[in-house]
Design a protein around this ligand. Sequence first.
Ligand SMILES: [Zn+2]
Length: 258
Amino acid sequence: MRGNERKIILSRYNKCAYCGGTSLATEIDHCPPKQMFPKGQRPKGLEIPSCRGCNAGSKRCEAFGSLLAQIEVEQEFGEIKGGLEQLKKLLRHFQNNYPDLLRALEPTSAQVRDVSRLSTDQGRSYGALDLRAPVVRQELFKFGAKLGFALHWNERKAPLEMGQYVAVSAYSNVQAIRDEIPMGLFDLMPGSNTLAQGAKSARDRFVYSSRSMEDSSGTVHWVTFGQSICYFIFAGSGLDFSKDDEDRVFYPGCFKGT
Ligand SMILES: [Zn+2]
């Protein structure tokens, strides 16, 4: 993005989308991040005003999300798109910075067998990662929350307010193949969007759909990353949560100082 475009966005929208509008936006945050794309070449769209604290505090979950999103895409298209290099770079980044997280993601041999059997049934290849460890789930939901704040801002062109929250549900490729995703949710959503710039489109790795609730209590979003992971996200207020849901509910300012 050119300096000019950055200035235009920040002069029009001067509040950070991630901390309830309490901080001035000084940076443009790309959500999903550039590192998700081969050679960092990210088509335009979803440029979100952010303060430094929120942008810096979400680096870890964004690296996690980028890794997750590329597992399947790179296996299928890596050679053609030169994306394999990007995946290798990300893996090195994880090895150096978050070795525990990388270890926790290592699939068990039973999971690898399971996914390769599902892949054969479906006639295509899927990647396997173990998403069960608490440290992994934390990043999985946090990345979903980042998307929720960004997509809410994109829908309203205003930050999610203090006192409101983002609630995240995540589904894996395995759950998708086994029809464990509540498909009724899709029926509520308008057509899908992606990032695009000229002939370049991110449709193979990132698709989203957003709408406002009729009672204006918030916004809802579907996000899918290739055949890797899919999120259903609510941003607003008025939902009931049980104690079990606490780890997937996020409030404005949650990225600061993490
Ligand atoms: Zn902020």
